[in-house]
Design a protein around this ligand. Structure first.
Ligand code: HEC
Ligand code: HEC
Length: 389
């Protein structure tokens, strides 16, 4: 009897000690957590972009990214909205271009791993997506000729172009516009967010290092359990970047102004099909046909109405406001949205993956603690090397 009591006490203490610092993760949960890593993933090369992954293309791209002479008024660059010191966004609910836009500036962290671009997926490559702000009169309003002229007439850019593309800039402005965008894409694909407390936890847990894993706060562990379990967040926020790269409807109101809606993915697919720069067009450098596979097979469905791209969640706590239209101010409010979402507000007629979760205040705090564990400090970015010393 005494021995049994002693055993019970010992078991209770052991459980107590570990329960304090490490939840009892099931094998299935460990597998599920494992799929959110490893981080960082290996770099990807984009076969549709001949300068993807090259150092000369990347350097040219970084200089172009910071270049206000690409804009109509000579004052706006990509970096005006995608700021290095603000995780490549701008902290505003709606982007401020030549006029105020209807959507928020997304962060560019880890953008090289995406396959659809923009909140509505109107871009099927990083370089095609990079052309839009150059031309759009509501954004930089630069124009094809302006981009061509800068690469031709500025001796430093002309030299950087020659190094990256192995030819000197000619008079084909449209080609120069596309090449500028390909260099911009090569640069943006290098923007990979740092490792986070979550990554340290994930790796320790998979390696069976209990002490290492136990350093991850309990509230974040409980939030993670909800995220991959009862709350089903990882149905969409899947994989190492916490996005499946596709589109979803989580019931964000989509009225832009009275009588006008942002149809999201549905309109994005129309714009994709109409773009001369899509991967079915003549500027795709991939000769195998493989890079254009998704674009060739995508179909417009009624359920695409009101769908927006699932954002990745790394560095999410450092950003905000949230959602495609900046309509939710804080992470706490995002979690509240998922807790209280009205199913009647879901616009698309697809299978509803979102339902009101009715979280307790402790559960909500845990989810926020988990989301914040996906953040890491970012050291200040050094100025790029000179283009042509
Ligand atoms: C006026 C602010 C502004 C400027 C300037 C700007 N952007 Fe953006 N950027 C945005 C907004 C807003 C979106 C979302 C667009 C959409 O969904 O339609 C976006 C989206 C993007 C995306 C898609 C990201 C993703 O995750 O899908 C990329 C890539 C991008 N911008 C690159 C650039 C480049 C390169 C430049 C310069 C040539 C640039 N941007 C200039 C505001 C800006
Ligand atoms: C049906 C797929 C889906 C599910 C399930 C889902 N999300 Fe989302 N999430 C999205 C989409 C799509 C957006 C962007 C919506 C928009 O902008 O209109 C988003 C946006 C977010 C954002 C804002 C990110 C940003 O940069 O603006 C956060 C944070 C987030 N979700 C967390 C969660 C959490 C936590 C859960 C679980 C409670 C969850 N999501 C469940 C698809 C989903």
């Amino acid at each position: 009897m005494i021995r049994l009591l002693l055993a019970l006490v010992l078991a209770a203490t052991a459980a107590g000690a570990s329960a304090q610092s490490l939840l009892d993760w099931t094998d299935e949960e460990v597998r599920s957590i494992g799929r959110h890593g490893p981080w960082p993933p290996p770099p990807v090369r984009d076969p549709s972009n001949r300068v993807s992954g090259t150092s000369a293309g990347t350097l040219l791209g970084e200089h172009l990214f910071n270049e206000p002479r690409l804009s109509g008024d000579g004052r706006m660059s990509c970096a005006t909205c995608h700021q290095a010191g603000r995780d490549w966004s701008d902290g505003q609910a709606k982007a401020q271009g030549a006029v105020e836009l209807d959507r928020r500036t997304p962060s560019l962290w880890n953008v090289g791993y995406s396959h659809w671009f923009g909140w509505d997926g109107a871009g099927d490559s990083l370089w095609a997506q990079s052309i839009r702000p150059l031309l759009d009169p509501r954004e930089m309003n630069g124009g094809t000729e302006r981009v061509g002229a800068l690469l031709r007439n500025d001796s430093v850019f002309a030299c950087g172009y020659e190094k990256a593309f192995d030819r000197s800039p000619d008079n084909d402005d449209e080609r120069l516009l596309v090449d500028a965008a390909k260099a911009l894409a090569a640069f943006q694909a290098t923007l990979v967010s740092p490792r986070t407390p979550f990554d340290a936890f994930r790796d320790a847990l998979l390696a069976g290092d209990r002490d290492g894993a136990a350093r991850y706060p309990l509230s974040a562990q409980r939030g993670l359990r909800l995220f991959i379990g009862a709350a089903n967040c990882n149905a969409c926020h899947f994989g190492p970047r916490f996005t499946n790269g596709e589109f979803g409807d989580v019931g964000i109101p989509f009225f832009v102004r009275p009588g006008e809606v942002d149809s999201g993915r549905l309109g994005g697919l129309e714009r994709l099909a109409a773009s001369p720069f899509n991967l079915l067009g003549r500027f795709n450098d991939d000769t195998t046909g493989e890079a254009a596979r998704r674009t060739r097979h995508v179909r417009r469905l009624h359920s695409n109405f009101g769908e927006f791209r699932v954002p990745g969640l790394r560095q999410v706590g450092r950003g905000g406001p949230y959602m495609h239209n900046g309509s939710i101010a804080t992470l706490e409010d995002v979690v509240k949205h998922y807790s209280e979402v009205n199913p009647d507000r879901l616009h698309s007629d697809g299978v509803p993956l979102v339902r009101p979760l009715a979280l307790s205040s402790e559960q909500s705090a845990d989810l926020v603690a988990f989301l914040r564990s996906l953040d890491a400090d970012v050291p200040p970015r050094p100025a790029p090397a000179p283009l042509c010393p």
